[in-house]
Design a protein around this ligand. Structure first.
Ligand code: AMP
Length: 398
């Protein structure tokens, strides 16, 4: 079966077409600047990428052009959209949705009610789903939620210690994010370790521009660093991660910032960018630190320390850990961050082989544990789109 996976952002639409019979990616690409001009980069294996600038007024126009390209004689990989067996949509926030599901009217209606919980990603995801229903009405649509991996977290870990009515009336609780990635790498890890996932305690570190750490016991998430929004937790590219909440009210009450300005500062001007004043990109921050930039050195120390704190607390919560996984842009590529995170952790059984960590093989699961280490440490490339395609095929076949 061929599965199209869509990931709609506020002004973008990323896509991948999978042939699930062999797991191959037939084509992938991205529409960008939707609503303010428009560009498409469309790729196929062993062919030059096709790029065009065109007017993409909305997500529906973008999807229509993507379908044309996928089926075109010159740049296509299928002869008609009838070859697409189902479409899988990445939805960041699923609210109370506990599992991936086939799209129905009531699913769309529910997603519309939780837009206030997810104002950035909710509307484009809904627009993407509606465009597919309009352009491919007979093809099953599946929604896969980043939050649903966290439906196994227990109440004492997801309820915040604020008046209980905020949880009951306003749905304020930990939801957790990046769940599709944490789920994918935990199952991949069990496969490469040759162990049933039910027997494993794992800590997965998804470290990218947005970052989160998750404790996975027996294949189920038991705790995670992101919370009510993807703002909580470790230091990120432009997001602060966890801070004393009174900083927010202090900035508003004593410094005259509006709530919107504080939101913008904490989401877009903090983290690595805020500390260094240079960049949100961990490669640039690493380079600056190597060249002696004191604030870049500080930012790296803060990032590393925030990750260590979660690893330590999740080992305490699970009473041990069998494996640590590093994934996403920083986790998969930056040996310096992995080295510093795993430094001085031998008391907890975490020891890595410096040479393997530095000279790791890219793009494949790769173990970097030191010989005889009690805890095994791995780099596992994440593939959220493939995970979405797996769920989509399973549900479409039902
Ligand atoms: P992501 O959000 O997963 O795309 O990760 C982006 C982060 O990964 C940025 O901070 C990058 O600096 C960092 N990174 C480091 N090396 C690479 C690489 N080779 N490719 C992509 N991202 C990288």
């Amino acid at each position: 079966m061929k599965i199209l996976v869509l990931n709609a952002g506020s002004s973008s639409l990323k896509y991948q077409l999978f042939d699930m019979d062999n797991g191959n990616v037939l084509s992938k690409g991205a529409c960008e600047r939707i609503g303010a001009g428009g560009t498409i980069t469309h790729k196929r294996p062993n062919a030059e990428p096709f790029y065009e600038e065109l007017d993409l007024a909305n997500h529906s126009k973008a999807l229509a052009r993507v379908l044309e390209l996928l089926c075109s004689a010159e740049y296509g990989v299928i002869s008609s959209i009838d070859e697409i067996g189902a479409v899988g949509h990445r939805v960041v926030h699923g609210g109370k949705m506990l599992e991936s599901c086939i799209v129905t009217e009531s699913v769309i209606k529910y997603l519309e009610t939780i837009v206030p919980l997810n104002p950035l990603h909710g509307p484009p995801a809904i627009a993407g789903i509606k465009s597919c229903l309009e352009l491919m009405p007979s093809v099953p649509q599946v929604t896969v939620f980043d939050t649903s991996f966290y439906s196994s977290i227990e109440d004492f870990r997801y309820i915040y210690p604020i008046p209980y009515e905020f949880y009951e009336n306003d749905k304020i609780r930990r939801y957790g994010f990046h769940g599709t990635s944490h789920r994918f790498v935990s199952y991949e890890l069990a496969k490469v370790m040759g162990k049933p996932i039910e027997d494993l305690k794992i800590i997965t570190c998804h470290l990218g521009n947005g970052s989160s750490v998750t404790a996975v016991e027996g294949g189920k998430a038991i705790d995670t660093s992101m919370g009510f929004t993807p703002q909580e937790g470790i230091v990120m590219g432009t997001r602060s991660g966890s801070i004393d909440p009174t900083i927010v009210t202090y900035l508003i009450k004593s410094k005259g910032y509006t709530a919107e300005e504080v939101d913008n500062i904490l989401n877009k001007k903090s983290g690595l960018l805020g500390i260094t004043g240079l960049s949100n990109d961990c490669r640039n921050v690493t380079e600056a630190a190597e060249n002696g930039n004191a604030r870049a050195e500080l930012a790296i120390k803060m990032l590393v320390n925030s990750i260590k704190k979660y690893i330590g607390s999740y080992i305490a919560e699970m009473n041990g850990v069998d494996a640590i996984v590093f994934t996403a842009g920083i986790g998969e590529n930056q040996w310096n961050i992995r080295e510093k995170v795993c430094e001085n952790m031998s008391y907890l059984g975490i020891e890595i082989d410096a040479d393997k960590n530095k000279n790791f093989e890219r793009g494949v699961p790769f173990e970097i544990s030191a010989e005889g280490a009690k805890v095994r440490t791995w780099i596992i490339p994440t593939d959220e789109e493939y995970m979405i395609a797996i769920d989509t095929e399973r549900l479409a076949k039902k």
